[in-house]
Design a protein around this ligand. Structure first.
Ligand code: G4P
Length: 524
């Protein structure tokens, strides 16, 4: 198949949700539709059993699972759909954020009873920054939950998205009768505990059609008619362009566990979701149909076997055709590398592949060459933009608990930071090391992995910090003044970049005011 044909049949997306909203269940139903798995429960059985307290075995198990579920691909209606996992549980980390740089669109799952929860807010804000197209799936309509209009208001306010329902629920919980598909003008009837079947879909072009009342009863029919009139009056008309530019998020209602409303959404997704998009680099924009291969590393996962220090680097292909056993330029190291076992992931299966195309993710076995954000090309020097380092929110001092293992500790810390597990800062005044993360579990993961993989042990100590902001300035005088004044709060990250460690929101605000952005910008 021609490159362009391969590109046109690919859709790469991520599912965002707060824990328990139904991401795993939805993923599984999607894979079932695609025939990638045969039985319900296949993804579930891989599912992280969340421990109440951190348990080392559990950490190890989770890491195994997170490799297995990093990318799940399936074929549907002649398309190749890649689902990239955005872990949303306790293992919420920078990886979760970074995965969003490797997708072309997202589906946000919201629990109808719980509404928008904080983790979803954070992740969607990253999508908004990048104008990533978003589809919203409101789940668990078989349970009592919030009023649909209230919920959509909440989505608009908390997620900052303009929404447009493309389906509308008829009742909920005990009274849930189904959804009316506003996109295709079809009534889809809910059959609890059953599989959604073809005969449950009834075409009703006009809501005044007596069929409607016959199917759902008079009260529900009247409620639906009135709701739909409101929907049409309140929400903007749906256009694919508005969705693709990130301006409107279509909304579907359903119940993932009952496989209800999932096909509706999937069928719309395959129609509207973007194919692999151009990506920005510092040098120029890279278009997927360019014949020369380019890609970037968005995630690194250490191998599970501590005896083998190799790792898997996950590369998103941005343009051209990636081929096995071919020399590619590792731009940062300025040297050629070739890969004999590039791996692709199809649901539960791992396979060595010969080629891959834009939108795909390949796993490359690596013995320490890669860092997050690294670029591979056929020779051109490019640096992909927007692979962010997220400003950590949780900080602890890290101390060496075994002076005889200092070398191991330093090496371990360095490699784990390359993997993007967390960020390490070394404070200028006293040389103390501080670890910053976006998720609490990362501290346990680091401690455990240092011990298991490097034979080093560390302890933590609380440190009172609010935020780490990268400092840079084109004005050396202003920069020097800033650094002199803020000496105690200055540290370096692992690449030697200057970082301002703000003790509180107040000190940060003060620093920003005293040193206006033009002179010494502080990047969060
Ligand atoms: P997550 O990956 O986002 O954390 O959520 P997950 O799919 O694991 O779903 C969380 C719980 O919600 C699961 O129940 C799942 O069965 C349930 N669930 C998912 N979709 C629906 C739905 O449409 N309606 C209802 N009522 N429940 C739904 P669990 O008890 O944690 O697991 P299990 O015992 O069902 O396996």
């Amino acid at each position: 198949m021609e490159l362009i044909e391969e590109i046109k049949r690919r859709k790469t997306f991520g599912i965002i949700s707060h824990p328990d909203a139904g991401k795993t269940t939805l993923t599984e139903k999607l894979l079932l539709f695609g025939g990638a798995i045969q039985v319900a429960g296949a993804v579930k059985s891989n599912k992280i059993n969340r421990p109440a307290t951190s348990d080392f075995m559990e950490i190890e198990r989770q890491r195994g699972i997170s490799v297995a579920t990093s990318v799940m691909a399936f074929e549907y209606q002649g398309l190749k759909i890649n689902i990239l996992d955005t872990p949303g549980h306790q293992d919420f980390s920078e990886d979760t954020y970074r995965t969003l740089t490797a997708v072309d669109s997202v589906i946000v799952v919201i629990d109808v009873a719980k509404g928008v929860e904080p983790q979803t807010e954070k992740l969607v804000s990253v999508c908004r920054m990048r104008n990533t197209p978003v589809i919203v799936f409101i789940n668990k309509l078989d349970r009592e939950g919030k009023d649909a209009f209230d919920l959509l208001d909440e989505v608009e306010q908390k997620l900052g998205l303009r929404v447009r329902p493309l389906s509308w629920p008829i009742g909920m919980g005990q009274r849930f009768r189904g959804v009316y598909n506003l996109y295709e003008h079809k009534l889809v009837l809910f059959n609890p505990h059953g599989k959604q079947e073809e005969e449950n879909v009834i075409e009703i072009k006009d809501l005044k059609d007596p069929q409607l009342e016959k199917q759902v009863g008079r009260m529900a029919a009247e409620e639906l008619q009135s709701d739909v009139t409101t929907v049409e009056g309140v929400y903007p008309t749906f256009t694919r362009e508005a969705y693709l530019s990130g301006h409107i998020a279509p909304v579907f209602f359903g119940s993932a566990v009952n496989n209800f409303g999932v096909k509706e959404m999937l069928d719309c997704f395959v129609e509207i979701a973007p194919i692999p998009l151009p990506r920005h680099t510092e040098e120029r924009d890279v278009h997927p149909e360019e014949p020369q291969f380019t890609g970037f590393v968005f995630k690194i996962h250490a191998n599970m076997d501590p005896k083998h220090r190799d790792r898997i680097a996950f590369v998103r292909i941005c343009s051209g055709r990636f081929e096995r056993n071919t020399n590619y330029l590792h731009v940062r190291q300025n040297r050629k590398l070739k890969f004999s076992n590039p791996t692709s992931f199809m649901a539960e299966k791992k396979t060595v592949i010969d080629e891959a195309f834009p939108g795909d993710v390949v796993g490359l076995y690596d013995s320490g060459n890669f860092k997050i954000g690294d670029t591979l090309t056929e020779g051109e020097v490019l640096h992909f933009k927007g692979i962010p380092s997220f400003s950590p929110e949780l900080f602890r001092y890290v101390n060496n608990a075994d002076p005889l293992k200092t070398k191991q500790l330093n090496k371990g810390l360095e490699e784990l930071m390359d993997e993007g597990v967390a960020q390490l800062f070394t404070r200028d005044v006293d040389g103390r090391k501080i670890i910053g993360t976006v998720g609490a579990l990362q501290f346990d993961v680091i401690q455990y992995r240092l011990q298991n993989e490097y034979g080093a042990s560390c302890t933590y100590e609380p440190v009172n910090l609010h935020k780490a902001c990268w400092v840079s300035s084109a004005d050396p005088k202003a920069l020097k003044e800033f650094l002199d004044r803020r000496k105690r709060d200055i540290a370096k990250d692992k690449d030697g970049q200057l970082v301002f460690l703000a003790e509180s929101a107040w000190t940060l605000k003060l620093a920003q005011e005293n040193h206006p952005p033009g002179a010494v910008p502080l990047y969060e």
